[in-house]
Design a protein around this ligand. Structure first.
Ligand SMILES: Cc1cc2nc3c(=O)[nH]c(=O)nc-3n(C[C@H](O)[C@H](O)[C@H](O)COP(=O)(O)OP(=O)(O)OC[C@H]3O[C@@H](n4cnc5c(N)ncnc54)[C@H](O)[C@@H]3O)c2cc1C
Length: 450
């Protein structure tokens, strides 16, 4: 088997040395670990097809992997699968300056895509704190959201077409990038959020968005969850060119300041904070100031318009994930609530966690503009599912989604039925059987065990 794989990708790109392979076998949160039987590093689509042909011949389970920044354990070989690393497919080609599109290899990072877009006067609609490692292929496979969903939509909204090798061994390619193209099933849309279970994405045609050079970032302090959530709803309706609306609490802020040696943003602490970003062709500061003034509930404000200060305010929010990792291995429960239950959820969930495990600590932050809360729980053993079960149950009771943007992976697999009917899950299985009839592609994620 190793010999067949070496014939496809070359001897240097079949990694069996356990020391070298080890970094591919542990996820970013350190909650999920495994030992890959080998790491295969193809250079192009033809080699990906060749690798999958060998996997089909030898019935080998394979986990596609991009930047390995996924947070639901979907990209690590917990059962000793092969890792198919797409990182070498990193070229960005066919940049269309006039039309605002480019073709990204699956292994190109989001930072690379953003730079290529900026070089021709455009921007990319997806941005997330993992931008330097997360790949085009991985963000498509997870339908990643991030910091600008309320303005541009999730990854699915940026993808005009994909090239992929399906589990059947067939390569499909639809990269023309026509703005309107109703010619049958939306295979690109289907692969968005498929978590490597249907096909291996090798390239994607991505739409770009106009640059918005005038940025205003405001950090607002609030005394209550109700006040912050009400302000979020108001801002979504009234703030022009709103690009981000993020929430975090004082315990998270204190941790970030402590871990990274940052000064606190205000002379005193407040219970929680909203970070608001407007991005426009024109200066929006006067409008934002007026809106903040008319929102009586804001207790304090820090505003920035130059890049350095804007980035400085963003650090308080963006560095939460890294800071929490220093406390312990977190259970990362990324959920969305309907607006009508968001306050109730935020106020209730820490008690629910404490009841499930008295040693647990809850950290809350998230993309409030989308009703999306990242519930992070530390102080719990990685394989203890009691806290997860309680939080997922609360989310379902309140009519929310157990996965807002990270996907199902291994982490949420037992609870897919909280959001999907048995008819929907049966349809998922039928799609899986059609596109991956031998079940070689990431067989241990997304779909429930039975
Ligand atoms: C600090 C930090 C901040 C983050 N912020 C956000 C955020 O704001 N929003 C958000 O949505 N996510 C966020 N994430 C999670 C993560 O960055 C995203 O899920 C991202 O899309 C994963 O991309 P990746 O290339 O690292 O994929 P990986 O982790 O390598 O893989 C993720 C999944 O995609 C599959 N996959 C990878 N590449 C391919 C491919 N080419 N073809 C088919 N399947 C493939 C894998 O099998 C796995 O199931 C964050 C993570 C970190 C560490």
């Amino acid at each position: 088997m190793a010999k067949s794989l070496m014939e496809v990708v070359g001897e240097d790109h079949v990694v069996i040395d356990p020391d070298v392979a080890a970094s591919y076998g542990i996820d970013w949160s350190r909650r999920y670990t495994g030992t890959p039987s080998a790491v295969i590093r193809p250079a192009d689509t033809a080699q990906v097809a060749g690798v999958l042909a060998v996997c089909r011949d030898f019935s080998l389970a394979v986990v596609p992997q991009g930047g390995n920044t996924g947070l639901v354990g979907g990209g690590v070989p917990v059962d000793g699968e092969l890792i198919l690393s797409l990182r070498r497919l990193s070229s960005i080609t066919d940049v269309d300056q006039a039309g605002g599109q480019l073709t990204a290899g699956a292994g190109s990072t989001i930072a690379d895509v953003c730079s290529a877009a900026a070089a021709v006067g455009w921007s990319y609609g997806i941005d997330l704190a993992s931008r330097d490692s997360a790949t085009a292929g991985g963000t498509i496979a997870t339908n990643a959201g991030g910091l600008r969903v309320l303005r541009y939509g999730p990854t699915r909204s940026q993808v005009m077409g994909v090239e992929a090798v399906l589990g059947t061994g067939v390569t499909v390619s639809h990269l023309a990038g026509l703005t309107k193209d109703n010619t049958g099933y939306d295979l690109a849309g289907l692969l968005c959020g498929s978590e490597g279970t249907l096909g291996v994405v090798t390239a994607a045609r991505l739409r770009l968005v106009p640059e918005s050079p005038e940025r205003v970032v405001a950090l607002l302090a609030f005394s209550s969850v109700t006040a912050a959530v009400s302000a979020s709803l108001e801002f979504r309706r009234t703030v022009p060119d709103l690009r981000s609306l993020e929430l975090f609490f004082d315990d998270g802020l204190a941790l970030v300041c402590d871990v990274f040696g940052l000064p606190r943003p205000f002379p005193k602490a407040y219970p929680l904070y909203l970070l608001v970003e407007m991005a426009s062709q024109i200066d929006r500061l006067p409008e934002l100031s007026e809106i903040i003034e008319s929102t009586g509930a804001v207790d304090d404000v820090a505003v920035a318009t130059d890049t350095a200060r804007c980035d400085g305010l963003w650090q308080y929010r963006e560095r939460h994930t890294e800071a929490i990792n220093t406390v312990g291995t977190p259970h990362k429960l990324d959920v969305t609530l309907p607006w009508s239950h968001l306050v109730e959820f935020i106020e209730t969930v820490p008690n629910v966690v404490r009841t499930a495990n008295p040693h647990a600590t809850t950290w809350l932050f998230g993309h409030t503009g989308d009703g999306n809360v990242h519930v992070n729980v530390t102080g719990v053993e990685p394989d203890d599912l009691n806290v997860d079960e309680h939080v997922m149950t609360l989310v379902a009771q309140l009519g929310g989604s157990i996965s807002a943007e990270h996907g199902i992976g291994r982490a949420k697999r037992p609870w897919l039925h909280f959001n999907r009917s048995k008819e929907e899950i049966a349809t998922f299985r039928a799609i899986k059987n059609a596109l991956d009839p031998l079940g070689i592609l990431n067989p241990n994620v997304l779909l429930p065990v039975h």
